[in-house]
Ligand binder design. Structure first.
Ligand code: SAH
Ligand code: SF4
Ligand code: F3S
Length: 445
């Protein structure tokens, strides 16, 4: 049987696309493999968000060139496909830079993978169009669903933050219809998925066609999905602060299946830097927004993204980010050194922050964020949480799952609990994971 190796380097949307490409190849008779050496087709689903992410792909392609040559000597053909956001950004340039590549395909046209692979046997091909047809209408059914699944409901971004490539690589904001999302969600639920994360580059700007032809909002969509039998939990990511409307905040109080966790990137605590980033909100507006969200859902766990060393960022401005972090208190966060990206307005700026300063700021910020994460985990010890069991744990006899607040917990329980919600007492907080004990199930009243 032919084999396909598919790897994702980027965000959740990118991981979702990688899974769907594996589905497309599965329909063509390719079995999935984790071993690149035995793959007849290799798909690298790339990310362009920071320089490091993009460069990783070229080092991988260097290794693949050698592997492809070795396989050819053994009489085996290997097709190398570069998909995702680097493919979209660089297009035909990739063919020149990486001789091993056979197909370059963008995030909106990967449903054409079978035709592109066929065509590549005659000539190397590039398809980075944003086609009229909707790729979702041309994708086969999903496999490998697991207990917790992602579902892309929105793509692209119209925000144009000054540092970010996403509006260029993913294009303008487009939302799928409620009917299309519900149909995909129903199939996932039938196959045993219990938790669904609705994803999009800017998911809270969702505005898909609703049942009566009227545009639906993200809360409308969540209500439609919450009614699907079997689905116990809903999450969504990633959101922009300016699209956190009153109805979405209220949804956190009103929709029981919506989990008390919110990833809401703020990027910086300095109003001057936020302005230069084109974020269109201030630090205080973010603080007030968080207050309103916490009023609706007092126990909500918050997460964020931060960029340090944006061009022109001073020590005092960085300290404002540190102050905002101290004031809000995050359960978890991602933080990055600013990385200039070709084609973005910030990349044109001449006032870059020196690399050493960026590193120092990142270390200071991460130390504070880590301390908050550990404090949050320690505070969970002793409590009882409902855990959705996702998969076998690290040791035999153990399983692992997540609390509503997204904390990962390991505990002893039979594999038959996978897919169930079970009460677990958190007994110990480790560095990255919590350890718990399952409590006897309380019969539903
Ligand atoms: N749509 C999401 C996430 C986009 S990318 C949002 O608006 O939040 C994920 C994160 O990568 C961003 O939140 C930002 O913190 C970081 N990022 C984006 N471009 C970057 C760059 N040029 N340098 C460093 N980090 C960047
Ligand atoms: Fe990028 Fe900003 Fe859009 Fe997020 S909101 S994807 S950071 S442009
Ligand atoms: Fe990366 Fe593209 Fe996602 S640049 S973060 S894979 S949208």
């Amino acid at each position: 049987m032919k084999k396909a190796f598919v790897r994702s380097y980027g965000c959740q949307m990118n991981a979702y696309d990688a899974a769907r490409m594996a589905d497309v190849l599965g329909q063509q008779g390719y079995a999935a493999t984790d071993s690149v050496e035995e793959a007849d087709v290799v798909v690298l689903n790339t990310c362009h968000i920071r320089e490091k992410a993009a460069e990783k792909v070229y080092s991988e392609l260097g290794r693949l060139r050698v592997l492809k040559g070795e396989r050819r000597l053994a009489g085996l053909d290997t097709r190398i496909v570069v998909a995702g956001c680097v493919a979209q950004a660089e297009g035909a340039e990739m063919l020149a830079r990486a001789p091993a590549v056979d197909v370059v395909v963008g995030p909106q046209s990967y449903h054409r993978l079978p035709q592109l692979l066929d065509a590549s046997r005659a000539k190397r091909v590039v398809d980075t169009e944003f086609p009229i047809e909707d790729k979702f209408d041309h994708l086969p059914a999903r496999r490998n669903k697991g207990v917790s699944a992602f579902l892309t409901v929105q793509e692209g971004c119209d925000k144009f933050c000054a540092f970010c490539v996403v509006p260029y690589t993913r294009g303008a904001e487009v939302s799928r219809s409620v009917a299309a999302v519900v149909a995909e969600a129903e199939k996932l639920a039938e196959a045993g998925v219990r938790e669904l994360t609705l994803i999009g580059q800017n998911v809270n700007a969702y505005h898909g066609a609703g049942p009566a032809g009227v545009a639906a909002t993200l809360p409308d969509l969540m209500r439609a999905v919450a009614g699907i039998p079997g689905l116990a939990r809903i999450r969504y990511t990633t959101s922009h602060p300016n699209d956190m409307g009153d109805d979405l905040i209220a949804a956190h109080a009103e929709i029981p299946a919506l989990m008390p966790y919110l990833h809401l990137p703020v990027q910086s605590g300095s109003d001057r830097v936020l302005g230069a980033m084109n974020r269109k909100h201030t630090g205080d507006q973010y603080r007030r927004l968080i207050e309103r969200i916490r009023t609706a859902r007092p126990d909500i766990a918050l997460s964020s993204d931060f960029i340090v060393g944006f061009p022109g960022e001073t020590d005092a401005e960085f300290e404002e980010t540190m102050r905002l972090v101290a004031e809000i208190g995050f359960q978890s966060a991602f933080s990055f050194k600013y990385s200039p990206r070709p084609g973005t307005p910030a990349a044109e700026r001449a006032d870059a922050v020196p690399e050493g300063v960026k590193s120092e700021r990142l270390a200071a910020l991460q130390a504070r964020l880590d301390a908050q994460r550990h404090a949050y985990q320690r505070a969970a010890a002793g409590r009882v949480a409902e855990v959705l069991v996702e998969k076998p744990g690290r040791r035999p006899g153990q399983v692992t799952g997540k609390t509503p607040h997204m904390l990962a917990v390991q505990f002893d329980a039979p594999a038959s609990t996978i897919g169930s919600l079970v009460p677990v007492r958190i007994v110990e907080a480790g560095a990255n994971s919590l350890f718990g004990e399952m409590l006897p199930q309380v019969a539903a009243a």
